[in-house]
Each structure stands twice: as structure tokens, then as C-alpha cells.
Design a protein around this ligand. Sequence first.
Ligand code: GLC
Length: 418
Amino acid sequence: MSHILDEQARAIMRGNDRGKYTMPTEGLYPYQWNWDSAFAAFGFSTFDLGRAWVELETLFTGQWDNGMVPHIIFHEASDGYFPGPDVWATGQTPPTSGISQPPVAATFTRAIFERDPEFGRNHLKELFPKLLAWHRWFIECRNENGVIVVSHPWESGRDNAPDWDEAMANIDTSNVGEYTRNDTGHVDPHMRPNQLDYDRYMAIVYAGRDCGWDEIEITRNGPFRVADPGMTFILLRANRDLLAIAQELGEDIAEIQSWIQLIETGVQQLWNPEIRAYDSLDIRTGNFAGSTSSMSFLCWYAGINDTTALAEFDRIADAANFALPSHDPESDRFEPFRYWRGPTWGIVNTLIGMGLAEMGHTKQADKLREDTAKLIEQSGFAEYFNPIDGSPAGGMNFTWTAAIWLAWASPTLKIKGN
Ligand code: GLC
């Protein structure tokens, strides 16, 4: 069974491969997405190391002069997607969106390098300054006293998470006008963000476009500025991996070290004692979201051995049949099918599972891996899964689900001793 699924996963990745980058899935997401590509590279590294490096290198062809690596790169024209390059109007070549996404690339660059250091050394040298510039952009443009903020829910990678509810409710949509969404033509609308959410997403995009994507203006007056435990933990972890890369290459590490210290201290501001979890914080209002999302459990991945969070992890994992739901099933905002308001995501399980294993929380790490494998065995390579009954949701034949199967979840990895 596992061997057949390994074959299927490779076929999905090959099928979504556009030569130098991989689409998340045909139809729904026809371009290159930032963190999807980093996961794709991780998957490719299990069977085609050269292709893994190409995936990462193509991602950085979209990097802006200010260091930002955009969340979408529109390498080729495609009419099926909204909002496309003309709506973002960033003026970049290749055309890109105007916001970023969680920086998992340094972490997977390191992992891919370690598969074959000799093969990877020149690739690593090429990528290092680009990764460094991107992380520096986060510190300059998205950092508030050591916590990382997002300027749009799409930047967090978790579009409609309950974390954003309060900040989204404050978005003025009076200028949005008419537009046609394409996502609900590909996927059942009850699995997607609702219309009011979408209007607000567009209002934030238009605000960025109207100021010419000027980061100073977005920081000062942008309509959305929320500190995200997901982004914060992911950047902290990515900085640790970047530091290891710098050491490997004999580069200076002082600047990266200072970022690690800054965030290690800063992230403690996101601990919300009321929910006993790391929470999102609206910088505009100073309010916590009161939302226990799966991102809280990236603390271990970020290198913080928080044992208090373990009890909450166990409660939430036990409240679903397939861990780990993206939102607490015991909360009234939980929706098992709606995207980031409840479903289980294989990529998130991978990151949390890596962290748990590294910290020696083996029981919890194994559970995540086994539940992820069960979901894929039962429901295929779906974008995400209903955590209660395990049914598939969103797009199918999804690149990142295939990738994490190959690099992390497949039981055949155990046989190979990984
Ligand atoms: C959705 C997800 C985002 C992902 C993208 C492509 O927007 O929320 O995290 O990168 O789809 O798969």
C-alpha cells in the first residue's frame, strides 16, 4: 500500500511540475506559490535532488529588490485565477503578488543540502544571500518588538483562520466594487472562505496597490496588521537553519544571531494565559484573538521547549479523530470543512511533528505522523482534511500533500530508516 502511494505521490508531483516550478494543483492554483514550493522541494529531494534545487532557485527569481519573496509568482499567463497579476499591479518581472508567505524555505534548503552536501554546496552558496535578504526584509518590514506581523491574512498562509476575525471585521469594504471569484468554481463553496471575507481580502489588496506597495505606508497605515504566532515561530526556526547554513559556508553570523535573540524574547508576548496557548495579537487594537490555532504548537519547531503547551496539544489532538485540527474543535468557531477554521493540514502536521520529535516528545510526534498517513491512505492527496471523519477537502492531487508524504509521512521512510 505505502509503496503504491509513494508512486502516486511522485506522479502527482511530476504532473504538477511546470519544468522549473510546481503548481499546488491544476485549476485552483495554477502558478508558483511560495511555501508550497519549499515543501515541493522537500518532496523532490527524496527522488530528484537536482529538481529540488531548481524549485527553490525558481522561487527566488520572484524576489523583490527590497528582499521580499512574494507569495505568488505568475510565471505564465492563466485566466482561471483571481486576483491575477493585473489586479496586484506590482510592476515586477516576473509578475508577482505584493505580499509574502511563511518563510519555510531556509529550513528546507538546509534539509535538502544535508541529503548530499557535495552536490548542494554551490546551490547553497547561491541561495544564502537571497535567503538572508528575505529574512532581513521580515525584520525590517514585518517585525514589531520581536513578533512577526502579517499585512494580509493571505500572507500568513492561513487565509480565513479565526485568528483574523476581529481585525477583518474592521476592514472597510466600501471601495471594493464588483469582481468574480474563481475558487468557488473549482471547489465546493462550503470548503472556502465566505463572500464577506473575500471582499475584505480584496480591500486589503487594493490598499497595498493604491500606495504602490510602499512598505513604510503599509506599516504605518495599512488596514491589517496582526502578529501571528505561525509566522513568528516559522521565522525563528528559519533563522536557526539560516545560521547553520552561514556557519557551513563560513559566513558572518552576528546579524542572524541578533534576529534569533530578538524573536526568542519577543514571541513570549504572544502567550495568552487565558487560552493557555500562543495567540494572534491585533497590533492596531492590542487585543488577542482568543483563538487556539495549530500554529501555537510550532513552539517546538521554533526551538522553544514549552512543556505547558503539551497539555493543550494533547487535549486538541484527542478532540479530533485525525490530529491536528487547525482550530480547537471545542471552540464555537470551529468548522471541520472550512479551510483554516478546523481542517487538518498535512504540511502543518509535518512542521509540528518535526519540532515535537526534535524536542523528544516522541509519542505526540508519532501520532501526527500516523494520523497524516492514515488520512492520505483513506482520502488521497487532498489539499486538507476534515479532522472528524477524515474526508478529503479542497483541491485534489495536491503537490504539498504528496511532498510531505514522500519526505515525512510515508511508512516506507521508517523501513529506510529515516
Ligand atoms: C491557499 C492556502 C495557502 C497556500 C495556497 C496554495 O491560499 O491558504 O496557504 O499557499 O492556497 O496552496
